[in-house]
Design a protein around this ligand. Structure first.
Ligand SMILES: Nc1nc2c(c(=O)[nH]1)N[C@H]1C(S)=C(S)[C@@H](COP(=O)(O)O)O[C@H]1N2
Ligand SMILES: [Mo]
Length: 173
């Protein structure tokens, strides 16, 4: 009898453990594929000094904005992108909004983003695509995304090249 009871308890323990596993797997579904305290974006001034280093936590602490679009010239279908308005991000700096800034990717690709874009189109530093955090091998962790869907005139090479994926740095003039 005690032996049966022991088996029963062991079975129960297994059930509880696998249940816990399933619950933690569900919780992990919204975990970013990188540490939340990892520096994702640096804001660098003209002298080359880092003025700000933003982690996912810091970005998520700012108000969010959603735009619809896709990474140009890829076969990725249009998606919803969620992140921080670049204008909003620049407003956190103790300097007036610069006339232009350079958006740099992890692959050292870069393009100039004029201030007019921020005023006209309000592009975002996106950290989620269709609700999911972006992995480095999926153009992430950050993408400078323009609201292509609501502004069809953006479908032009100029803005395609400003859609910097793997965004890692913003350089001020
Ligand atoms: N980090 C990074 N972002 C980038 C690029 C790049 O090479 N690296 N290319 C730009 C250009 S010119 C286009 S058309 C789109 C799509 O680039 P792809 O065709 O090289 O994927 O991303 C833009 N953003
Ligand atoms: Mo391009």
């Amino acid at each position: 009898m005690p032996r049966l009871l022991f088996r029963g308890l062991r079975y129960l323990l297994l059930l509880v453990l696998s249940g816990l596993f399933a619950v933690s797997a569900l919780a992990d579904a919204d975990e970013p594929p990188y540490p939340t305290d990892m520096p994702l974006l640096r804001i660098v001034d003209a002298a080359g000094n880092t003025r700000e280093t933003l982690t996912l936590e810091a970005l998520e602490a700012l108000p969010g904005r959603e735009v619809h679009g896709s990474i140009p010239d890829t076969h990725n279908p249009e998606a919803s992108w969620y992140g921080v308005s670049l204008a909003r991000l620049m407003a956190t700096l103790p300097i007036p909004p610069p006339a232009r800034l350079l958006a740099v990717g992890l692959d050292d690709y870069s393009d100039v983003i004029p201030r007019q874009d921020l005023e006209r189109y309000d592009p975002i530093v996106a950290y989620r695509r269709n609700g999911h955090y972006l992995a480095v091998d999926a153009y992430g962790p950050l993408v400078l995304m323009y609201p292509y869907a609501s502004h069809p005139e953006l479908h032009e090479r100029t803005y395609y090249s400003r859609t910097v994926w793997q965004l890692s740095e913003l350089r001020l003039p």
